[in-house]
Design a protein around this ligand. Structure first.
Ligand SMILES: *Cc1c(COP(=O)(O)O)cnc(C)c1O
Length: 423
């Protein structure tokens, strides 16, 4: 599926004779094998997005540290590991997954404001590339631990550049001063001097992450300018650096809007990075997998009330949290077009919460009970944010490569949902 233009979701999920496909396979066949709700990912879509970025960044030494929290399925991680990707992890659990999928320690960076001693120790054991340190307390804990373990911890300080970032939801903005993330910009230079003298610490880089679903290069440019000022100050302080980490946050097309391409990101930012001679680390999550996933769900009932028409599906907010948590908008369409007239509907789940919806006030072909709907652009922060709320087993996940489909996570069952509990 290598095309000159960046791959779109329409190419990953084409419609043939009215039937939605993932690459070569009709989604109805996947559902016949594995049931609903079902997450389906396009393996070539994931590969294409990774390659788009890798080719754009080729002029500089770089590491694409895929953000595991976007979608940590082992099949997805293995796909990226095979392409040479690294990982950005935010917990011991994600570190475990990344290693299990074959991502070597030297391609892993570890972010997060609340790393515990056990998690730090596991990451030191794994020989990761860098800890993105988010506080002075963490820096001290890490140095003490590394000394005890007879080693040194490679670090970057995650600096809060205090730039305003226009993202669709306040919960996904992390680059202004008043968030819990990172180290205050004014404090960073001093803390680097302290870090450089610590016995258990090797200063290796500088890190920022300003938010998620960013649709323009401008905010990255502003963050880079702040980071470059710091890089120059550290040079004066004789603190050598090896890398510069610009974080993740590249946005995707939920509604067919224009997104940042690898090429536009690179053409704006690379010239200045090249001048520093530093290695570039990026931590994209959504950009790599977001458009490459659909959630297939079956309509259970259609009902009317209070002047509204509700399509009730077997997928709910426990399977896909984005609509209720972030007001996330996802295209919804029948998996098999019926040619019926359009109607305005709310697509809602079976969960006992008013906030349990997948889409509100949508005009779509009115489906009948038993028919399939596809919820688009759910490859990132879909399954990874799912829960068992209302004691619902989490969905199965399938990875499609051309005409071949692989079950990469089977559906959960009731026994395992109570397995950790004691009577
Ligand atoms: C969530 C996160 C990312 C990935 O964000 P995307 O918007 O999915 O690219 C990268 N780095 C850090 C530190 C994060 O918290």
């Amino acid at each position: 599926m290598a095309t000159a233009e960046p791959t779109t979701r329409i190419e990953m999920f084409p419609r043939r004779d009215g039937v939605l496909h993932c690459e070569e396979l009709p989604v109805s066949e996947l559902v016949a094998r594995w049931g609903t709700p079902l997450y389906v990912y396009s393996k070539n879509g994931i590969r294409d997005r990774y390659r788009e970025l890798a080719e754009a960044l080729a002029p500089v030494p770089h590491l694409i540290a895929y953000s595991v929290k976007a979608n940590g399925n082992l099949g997805v991680l293995r796909t990226l590991a095979e392409l040479g990707a690294g990982a950005d992890v935010v917990s011991g659990g994600e570190l475990h997954r990344a290693r299990l999928a074959g991502i070597p320690g030297e391609r892993i960076v570890y972010s997060g404001v609340g790393k515990t001693v056990n998690e730090l120790a596991a990451a030191l054991d794994a020989g990761i590339y860098a800890f993105n340190v988010e506080s002075e307390g963490e820096l001290c804990a890490l140095s003490d631990l590394a000394c005890t373990m007879g080693t040194r911890a490679p670090i970057a300080l995650r600096v809060n550049p205090d730039v305003e970032t226009p993202t669709p939801h306040a919960y996904t903005r992390t680059g202004h001063a008043a968030t819990k993330f990172g180290i205050a910009y004014e404090r960073a230079r001093d803390l680097y001097s302290i870090a450089a003298k610590m016995k258990g610490i090797t200063v290796r880089g500088v890190d920022v992450h300003i938010g998620s679903q960013i649709m323009e290069v401008g905010p990255f440019e502003r963050a880079l300018a702040r980071v470059l000022d710091l890089v120059h100050a550290l040079k004066q302080d004789d603190i050598p650096l090896e890398f510069l980490d610009l974080g993740g946050g590249l946005g995707i097309a939920y509604q067919g809007e224009e997104r940042i391409t690898g090429a536009s990101f690179a053409s704006t930012l690379l010239p200045e990075i090249l001048e520093t001679g530093l290695k570039l680390v990026v931590e994209p999550g959504r950009f790599i997998v977001g458009e490459a996933g659909v959630l297939l769900t079956r309509v259970i009932y259609v009902k009317e009330g209070g002047g509204k028409r509700f399509v009730i599906t077997d997928a709910g907010m426990n399977d896909l949290l984005r609509p209720s948590h972030y007001s996330g908008w996802h295209a919804v369409e029948p998996a098999v077009a019926q040619g019926r007239s359009m109607a305005r509907v709310d697509v809602v789940g079976p969960i006992c919460e008013t906030g349990d919806f997948l889409a509100l006030d949508r005009d779509m072909e009115l489906p009948k009970p038993g028919e399939l709907l596809a919820i688009h652009t759910v490859g990132a922060y879909g399954f990874s944010m799912s829960s068992q709320y209302n004691q619902r087993p989490r969905p199965a996940e399938v990875l499609v490569d051309g005409a071949e489909a692989t079950l990469v996570r089977r559906r959960e069952n009731y026994e395992e949902m109570v397995a950790a509990e004691m009577l």
